[in-house]
Design a protein around this ligand. Structure first.
Ligand code: F6P
Length: 548
């Protein structure tokens, strides 16, 4: 089970506080100048992906102390507990076994008396057969026409993961099949997708672990109504609706045939469910074999995470870096910057993964933590982000660690686009690290013929402090395998952070509260009542009622 004590009480934490005082004034520019081997020392490789940590504000001593922190918080034992199926999600009394979904070994994994790996394989077989029928045209709609559009209806983990992967691997997409996503309960989301589709050739995937999430059930009912408006006979539903859920009773009650239900289990957390039946839309878009490659990439990261020593363990090091910046430098945000258009949804996906998991302030003893936990995760694709928020990263008053992510080979080789894109990636990380000194600016301005007051007044605005930390993640190519490995890396990073912060990463009570409150107010809005609310909430409800 997980250790239950404050990280601030460890020897390593105390040493890190002292060490921070030594590292904080040092400039990355000098650290690079002092050590020509810095890149080699802080670079890690797994399969075809390179993780370059050298542009972070660390020394060898920093990593030594951070890995001590991981050891002293029993991270190795926590990793083993997770993989072996211990109920480490204690607030929900569940095991955490998304890794079982991509475990291709012959071993058994006993969960509540069942071999979880066997059950996983059965559902994977069902998914494979379904995809084959869909792609071969053997699965037809109620009028005998081939399915041309697949719509995933889900939200949170039942939407963000599959949507991000389908977009990221668009280049591998099967021809003749479009995949859409509806998530928002705002009717506009459904309306904008449905108006492009024909009920005769559309298949809906209702993705909901609980099958009670209001947004998803509302959208599913709208889709069913839209479909029956044309198809009329409810018998036809079975050719056009399938479900992905742990709640088979609710699936049947909705009207979806049991043979069209793809199950998964309580031990798969919503935001870790991409690898389960929740990935069906990915398998539909790419073909089951590609989906399996994604799983295999994740499995390779799992093996690395389980076996590599702390000081070479990529997800552990990524988590430790985040702790270094959050708890010692006081950073409150972290930017994710993919230099690949296909990865543009990665920041959104990682927002849920990291912030829903570690956005907690109660420790495993039930006490309020007295240290910071998850920073805000945000970001967007480069180079667009350079022309919006990079100004603040370069010259603002807050320190923002960034992950830059790019493939060496573009999926769309057009002229010099990719070289230009990557030159931006490299130039930005270099500029953020080095900055530009007053002397350099002066020289530059003088060369342009500027002098005197004009030069002096402009000069401070053109100085860049630099010393802004970045991690560069470069893969050879954005394949299903490398994407799987990357996503699994972030999952494990999330877990390790939670272990060290002594919080429970696998529940989400904060989200549950919102669901309850919205349910109460919805009832009042529909009945035209207003009960005990504060004056602002009541005022807004009245404004809505008077203006709708
Ligand atoms: O956002 C809260 C949450 O419970 C997520 O953890 C989950 O991914 C999402 O809602 C959707 O839940 P479900 O798959 O049960 O519809």
């Amino acid at each position: 089970m997980l250790k239950n004590s404050s990280p601030t009480q460890t020897e390593a934490w105390k040493k890190l506080e002292k060490h921070y005082q030594e590292v904080q004034p040092q400039h990355l520019r000098d650290l690079f100048a002092q050590d020509p081997q810095r890149f080699q020392k802080f670079t890690y490789k797994l399969n075809d992906t390179l993780y370059d940590l050298s542009k972070n504000r660390i020394t060898e001593e920093t990593l030594r102390l951070l890995t001590q922190l991981a050891e002293q918080m029993d991270v190795p034992a926590a990793i083993e507990s997770m993989f072996s199926g211990a109920r480490i999600n204690a607030t929900e009394n569940r095991a955490v076994l998304h890794t079982a979904l991509r475990n291709f070994s012959d071993s058994d994994l006993n969960v509540d008396g069942e071999n979880a790996l066997q059950e996983v394989r059965e559902v994977q077989q069902q998914m494979k057969e379904f995809c084959n029928k869909l792609h071969s045209g053997a699965w037809t709609g109620y009028t005998g026409k081939r399915i041309q559009s697949v719509v995933n209806i889900g939200i949170g983990g039942s939407d963000l993961g599959p949507k991000m992967v389908v977009e990221a691997l668009k280049k591998y997409q099967k021809p003749d099949l479009e995949v859409y996503f509806i998530s928002n309960v705002d009717g506009t989301d459904a309306a904008e997708v449905l108006r492009k589709l024909d009920p005769e050739t559309t298949l809906f995937i209702i993705a909901s672990k609980t099958f009670t999430t209001k947004e998803t059930i509302t959208n599913a009912e709208t889709a069913r109504g839209w479909f029956l408006h044309k198809a009329v006979d409810r018998e036809h539903i079975k050719k056009h609706f399938v479900a992905l859920s742990t709640n088979i009773e609710a699936v049947k009650k909705f009207g979806i045939a049991e043979e069209n239900a793809f199950r998964f289990w309580d031990w798969v957390g919503g935001r870790f469910s991409l690898w389960s039946a929740i990935g069906l839309s990915v398998a539909c878009a790419l073909g089951y074999d590609r989906f399996e490659e994604l799983l295999k990439g994740a499995e390779s990261m799992d093996k690395h995470f389980r076996q590599a020593p702390m000081q070479e363990n990529i997800p552990v090091l990524m988590a430790l870096l985040s702790i270094w910046y959050t708890n010692f430098f006081g950073c409150q945000t972290h930017a994710i910057l993919p230099y690949d258009q296909y990865l543009r949804l990665l920041p959104e996906y990682l927002q849920q993964l990291l912030m829903e998991s570690n956005g907690k302030s109660t420790d495993r003893n039930g006490h309020r933590v007295n240290y910071q936990t998850q920073p805000v995760v945000w970001g967007a694709a480069g180079t667009n982000s350079q022309h919006s928020f990079f100004q603040l990263i370069h010259q603002g008053t807050i320190l923002i660690p960034c992950d830059f992510i790019a493939p060496a080979v573009s999926q769309n080789q057009i002229g010099d686009h990719h070289a230009l894109l990557l030159s931006n990636f490299f130039a930005q990380t270099e500029a953020l690290m080095k900055g530009k000194t007053a002397d350099e600016v002066r020289q530059e301005l003088e060369q342009k013929g500027m002098a005197g007051d004009e030069l002096e007044s402009l000069l401070p605005h053109k100085v860049f402090e630099g010393n802004k930390p970045t991690t560069s993640i470069m893969m050879q190519q954005l394949t299903p395998f490398e994407l799987g490995s990357l996503v699994a890396m972030y999952e494990h990073k999330t877990f390790v952070q939670g272990v060290i912060w002594n919080i429970y990463s696998f529940d989400q009570w904060g989200v549950e509260l919102g669901k309850q409150l919205a349910g109460t107010i919805e009832g009042e809005l529909l009945q035209g009542k207003t009960s005990n609310h504060d004056s602002s909430t009541s005022g807004l409800m009245v404004f809505y009622r008077n203006n709708k």
